[in-house]
Design a protein around this ligand. Structure first.
Ligand code: ADP
Ligand code: MG
Length: 361
């Protein structure tokens, strides 16, 4: 059982305010992912939880105990890094056993735990090898094994898959998920990769410039992004944005683009009412656009010219120009669109997003 609570956490490196007032409650058994661009403060936050970085102000609690002053060794956590940090001169077995030896575990208990972790990770046949005799994926498993044998209350991961090639990264992602399902250990996982965040996280924390932008389940972030940054960061290909004007005609709110005019969904109409003349940013996900069936005049949408087509097999990405705006549409792979085609893109009004023009992307 372990929950981690972060209260008003701040980190300043001289003039760099790397982590700003972070508040978070990570529940027992939860897999919490921190995601955000490079330099946004993910590693620093994780290192403060681990005890590897001093805390400028605020508190970290593990199971209701403030651990600010507790050395890493005494926090009952295990950390897995991007670079694996294996000891090159030690065998796989010794690498995995090292932390337990340091903590004066008995030989038999060490052997039992290493074997158990090796079975879970399917590396039993590698125990005598040195790290240099292993592939990248195998090294990463050893690094995981070294954390697992500790039976920690919390796993901390800092971009553990970043050094693996794309295919292996996807495989290891699934392995990590299985591992978490099996062990149920509370985990905090840091990555810059939104796909990793979405697939691994029970909940995801999106950070930017040291500030938490939104905390939520993956689908919450996808469906109800709190701001334009989250909207643009979560989802691939990225959400399309266009600056539009608000207008009111006959008591109804309208959104007017360069050459289209749409009624926003009920859910946002209330919020947009009373702001006629103001500009807002309209967001549309590529997958919420489709090529309109010309026979249906009720289709809400706009005209566009195809500039590039990218056939991915499961979908085609159409890079289009709609008036002055560039957009990407993800459409059925069988749509016969060619460069230069003029077509009508239809959209589902319930899937539109609106953001302030003030908040930068
Ligand atoms: P992330 O892991 O999200 O890429 P970091 O937590 O590593 O980001 O860094 C956050 C900010 O703090 C960055 O601006 C980085 O340059 C700065 N930073 C990190 N570690 C140090 C340090 N030891 N000394 C000075 N600045 C640091
Ligand atoms: Mg980092």
């Amino acid at each position: 059982m372990a929950q981690v609570v972060i209260r008003d956490l701040n980190k300043k490196f001289d003039e760099v305010h790397a982590v700003k007032n972070v508040n978070l409650h990570i529940k027992d058994k939860e897999f919490m992912v921190f995601v955000g661009p490079s330099g946004c403060g993910k590693t620093t936050t994780l290192r403060m939880v681990a005890g590897l970085e001093s805390i400028t102000s605020g508190e970290v609690l593990i199971n209701d105990t403030v651990v600010n002053e507790l050395p890493p060794m005494d926090r009952d956590i295990a950390m897995v890094f991007q670079n694996y940090a294996l000891y090159p001169h030690m065998s796989v077995y010794d690498n995995m056993a090292f932390g337990l030896k340091m903590r004066k575990f008995e030989r038999a208990e060490i052997a039992k735990r290493v074997q158990e972790a090796a079975d879970i990770l399917d590396i039993g046949q590698l125990l005598k090898r040195k790290p240099r005799q292993l592939s990248g994926g195998q090294r990463q498993r050893v690094a995981l094994g070294r954390a697992i044998v500790r039976h920690p209350q919390v796993f901390l991961f800092d971009e553990p898959l970043s050094n693996l090639d794309a295919k292996l990264r996807v495989q290891m992602r699934v392995e990590l998920k299985k591992l978490h399902n099996r062990l149920g250990t509370t985990a905090i996982y840091v990555t810059h990769d939104q796909v990793e965040a979405m697939t691994l996280g029970d909940r995801v924390v999106v950070m930017k410039d040291g500030v938490v932008q939104q905390v939520g389940a993956p689908l919450e972030l996808y469906n109800q992004p709190a701001n334009r940054f989250v909207a643009g960061f979560i989802g691939s290909p990225a959400m399309n944005f266009a600056t539009v004007s608000l207008a009111e005609h006959d008591g109804a709110v309208w959104v007017e683009g360069p050459d289209f005019r749409i009624r926003p969904p009920q859910s946002s109409a209330g919020r947009l009412r009373g702001h006629a003349g103001r500009q807002v940013v309209l967001g549309i996900r590529p997958e919420d656009l489709r090529v309109a069936n010309g026979s249906d005049p009720a289709d809400l949408g706009f005209d566009a010219v195809v500039e590039v087509t990218e056939q991915l097999g499961s979908e085609i990405l159409l890079d289009v120009k709609a008036g002055p705006a560039s957009m990407v549409a993800s459409v059925e792979p069988t749509v016969p669109a060619k460069v230069g085609d003029r077509l009508r893109l239809a959209l589902n009004p319930d899937r539109l997003h609106f953001f302030d023009t003030q908040t930068e992307a």
